[in-house]
Design a protein around this ligand. Structure first.
Ligand code: FAD
Length: 415
């Protein structure tokens, strides 16, 4: 049993953890820093997993956030394939799965999340896949072949992105979504309809408003999935299945250590948990969002992971700067680049502006006449203006927004 120690120890070597370590050094931190990650890889970008990486347009090396040399140069001790089993706040130490103990002065939890599983009959069958890591894509690849029948449970961003790559790769694709429309959790009905139409035009089939009841075994290949039974009794034949029904935050370590837990590890605007020596960042946290007047949220996005990494580094460098991000997000499907800003939940009006290009789409979401969110597809100019209007929650004239003859920039109030 070995013993290690570092002034700052980070659990989770992905976007939040890697960005935090790097920003800590950039801010002048000169004590020891250790980055511990369960995966065998250097920290990498996850967004391309369901896009260019799955399509075979990018290699695993090209996904890396930083090179091995960059960590070495910054004196960040990286421990791959290192799983933390327990945090012991009383002794400020961690038990590792390999039996070692790691002592810290300050701890940063950046454990992210894992795909939600469906606890239904047949969930143990082979041929069921998830999409969170390089290993998940590697496991999917052998079956990801032209002509294969892919059923995707879940019509969120990851399900749709995989569908786009799959149908372009010649697979037969059907999406089963419990809600009556795709992207129901994150977007307005107009954007859902736009994406559903784009996917249908590419050949993707949909079963909306119906849940998945069970995975059926393949009678000619025991132990392997052969179909997906929907709640209406239909059985969709499947050679492989992707389960893309959301994320479960990895909070167990924090919970067992007695930290406050809500819909994630509870932190304040400085990424501080209920233990003064422990911060938490990224997809695993629930934090107050100034944009929503301090309402607590858990966000699953790279911009959020990067912002919390910045905040936590500022705290440990002795110059705390609170969380200050207006949420934004992107998604790539076919040749459609979506950029979203703000959060549309709670809007009372949607203004769809005629796009400049035939494949574009622009929707602005208003509440009490103020812009709170926008979804822009292939519309970078509109997105850039929307960012300004959403950040300031600017009061806007809906008729002017909808009128393509009105220059959107003219709606930005003079400074
Ligand atoms: P994670 O990336 O989940 O990393 C957590 C790390 O902690 C993992 O490596 C895990 O192995 C490790 N870990 C967990 N527990 C332990 C433990 N006990 N011991 C050691 N290590 C542990 N975001 C966007 O903004 N735009 C997109 O287009 C987009 N597309 C996406 C597509 C896919 C397929 C996926 C999966 C995600 C996508 N995201 C996208 C989300 C984005 O990747 C996440 O928000 C981001 O990765 C969060 O980073 P994180 O470091 O908080 O958590």
């Amino acid at each position: 049993m070995g013993e290690h120690n570092a002034d700052v120890v980070i659990i989770g070597a992905s976007h939040a953890g890697s960005e935090f370590a790097s920003r800590l050094r950039q801010g002048g931190f000169s004590d020891s820093v250790a980055l511990l990650g369960a995966e065998p890889y250097l920290p990498y970008h996850r967004p391309p997993l369901s896009k260019a990486f799955l399509a075979g347009e990018t290699t695993a090396d090209q996904l890396l956030l930083r090179s091995a040399e960059a960590y070495g140069k910054a004196l960040i001790d990286f421990f791959p394939s290192t799983t933390v089993d327990f945090i012991e706040p009383a002794t400020r130490s961690l038990s590792l799965a390999n039996g070692d103990r790691f002592y810290y002065r300050k701890l940063v939890i950046a454990t992210g999340g894992r795909p939600r599983r469906l606890g239904i009959p047949g969930a143990e069958l082979q041929g069921l896949h998830i999409m969170r890591s390089i290993a998940d894509v590697d496991a999917l690849r052998p079956a990801f072949k032209p002509g294969a029948r892919l059923v995707i449970a879940g019509g969120g961003y990851i399900g749709l992105e995989v569908a786009a790559v799959a149908v372009k790769s010649g697979l037969d694709v059907e999406i089963v979504e419990f809600a009556p429309r795709v992207l129901a959790r994150v977007a307005g009905p107009e954007l859902s309809a736009y994406y559903e139409a784009a996917h249908r035009a590419a050949g993707v089939k949909f079963r909306l408003g119906v849940g998945v009841e069970s995975f059926e075994p393949d009678t000619s290949n025991p132990g392997h999935v052969g179909g997906v039974r929907c709640a209406d009794g239909t059985v969709l034949p499947a050679d492989l299945v992707l389960v893309a029904v959301g994320l479960v935050p990895n909070i167990e370590l924090a919970q067992d250590a007695g930290l406050s837990i809500g819909n994630g590890i509870v932190v304040d605007e400085f990424c501080q948990t209920s233990d003064p020596d422990i911060l938490a960042i990224g997809d695993c946290t629930e934090h107050p969002l100034p944009f929503l007047g301090g309402k607590r949220v858990r966000l699953e996005s790279v911009p959020n992971a990067v912002e919390q990494a910045r905040v936590a580094a500022s705290v440990l460098n002795g110059a705390p700067k609170p969380y200050n991000l207006v949420p934004w997000f992107w998604s790539d499907q076919y040749n459609l680049k979506l950029q979203s800003v703000g959060l549309s939940q709670g809007h009372d009006a949607v203004v769809v502006r005629p796009p400049r290009s035939p494949e574009g789409f622009v929707a602005f979401y208003l509440r009490d006449g103020h812009m709170i969110a926008a979804d822009c597809v292939n519309s970078i100019i509109e997105f850039n203006v929307a960012k300004r209007l959403v950040t300031e929650k600017t009061q806007v004239d809906a008729a002017a927004l909808a009128d393509p003859a009105v220059n959107l920039k003219s709606l930005i109030p003079a400074a």
